[in-house]
Every structure is written in C-alpha cells, then in structure tokens.
Design a protein around this ligand. Sequence first.
Ligand code: PEP
Ligand code: MN
Length: 263
Amino acid sequence: LAGKTFRPEPSVVDVNGVKIGGKELVIMAGPCAVESREQVIEAAQAVKRSGAQFLRGGAFKPRTSPYAFQGLEEEGLKLLKEAKDATGLQIITEVTSDKAVETSIPYVDMFQIGARNVQNFQLLKEVGKSMKPVLLKRGSATTIDEWLNAAEYIMSEGNYSVVLCERGIRTFETATRNTLDLSAVPVVKNMSHLPIIVDPSHAAGKSRYVIPLSRAAIAAGADGLIVEVHPNPMCALSDAAQQLKPSEFDSLCKDISKLAPIL
Ligand code: PEP
Ligand code: MN
C-alpha cells in the first residue's frame, strides 16, 4: 500500500484542509514538550505568525532516562487544544501507547509516532485503526525498507493518511545528535507515494544547525518540516540545545520561502 506499485502518483494527506504533499511546503513547529499554558500559547502564537500550519508539542515524552521530565499527559493535551482554539493551528502530538492514543483522540488533529516506536507494531495498528492522520518518524537505526513496512502496518488497517518524517539516523559521527539522512528524501520519493517531511531539530541536536539542514531538506524535495521552537529554549525541560527561539524560527521561514512556497 505504501509503494509506487499501489499508487504511482504522489499522495496528498489532508489534515482538516491543510494539504501535506501538495505543491506548497507544510511547516509544523512548537516546543519539544508542552510545559505550561504560557509556554505553549506563546509558542503557538509565534509559530503561527511566522507561517506554520501545525503546532507540535509532546504531552507523552519518550525520554532516555526514566528520571527525566515525562510530559504533562492529558493536562498537556488540554493545553494544546487551548492553543488550537487561540490560533487555529492544527495540532500534532506524539503517542507512545494504546492508552495515549485513546486519551489524545479528542484533542489532536494528527498523531506522531516517534523514532523509538517505529517498529512498535501494536501501536502502529492502533493508530491505523484510529483513522487520524499519522506522522511516522524514521527510527535512528531503521532502514528505509523497514520504515516503509512500518507505514504498511498503519495503512493495512485502512488508514492511508500517513506522512513520513526523516529525523536523522545513528552513525559514527558525534558532532550532531543524529546524522540527517537527506538521501532518504529522494529514495522515499522513488519508492513510495507518501509525503515526506524532515525534522532538522532531532537530527542536529544543536539549534545552530537547524536552519542550514532545513534549507538542504527543502532543496532535496521534502514536502515540509517539523521544527522545535520554544519561547525560551535555555529553560526548556527537554531538548534545550536544539530548540529555536521564535526569532530564529521566523528567519528560517523567511529563508525557506525563497526556495519553495509555504502553504
Ligand atoms: C520529538 O519529536 O520530540 C521526538 C521525541 O522525536 P524523535 O522521536 O524523532 O526522537
Ligand atoms: Mn524533542
């Protein structure tokens, strides 16, 4: 279902009228994690002003350490919904379990499956059954073939609204958090009809590399970006080093709009 043999033409995933995979770029932006009402509303207003169509923000955070901030869960979802009501942005959030899917359904417009769950087949089937659009991130050690098979799990439940997201893979290089595999963009476009966006933030791990990687992603043919933006990155409860300030995100949007039109 994910392959070109099933559908030779590129698919467009429609999220309440926002089209991912069309001629225009789609920008998703917002904090790594929802931390407070002030933080998420401020982030939402800023990213909306700069041209984003989606607000991102984690309520269920899959952290490497069990002692790190785990997210506000349902309280965070409610704050995302408030931000949607205040700005009209579409909401995307990560789900990490069947229970999180069930809890999130009334609050969000699109689910994110994070890198750590790309082969959590039970969870893939669950978001497939939900029929909500899904952003499927590549795992840090997932081949493109394994990733497309993960998409197949979602689609085999009848949910064809799948968007892929390259977010960097693990290599020997340590200067960046992950190595952004830009070749995944043309390779996926050759193998699949599904739209693909790029997450420069989790690839870079450092905010200074986010803008050049975003430019490269668009030049490579990505259908959009998902970028971490925080009103005060230094105080962020997760991924502090890679989140852009609103002013930096604004420059990013101005920059990439020279390469391709933003929706
Ligand atoms: C995230 O988007 O906050 C996240 C945890 O990303 P990834 O799954 O790509 O590591
Ligand atoms: Mn993050």
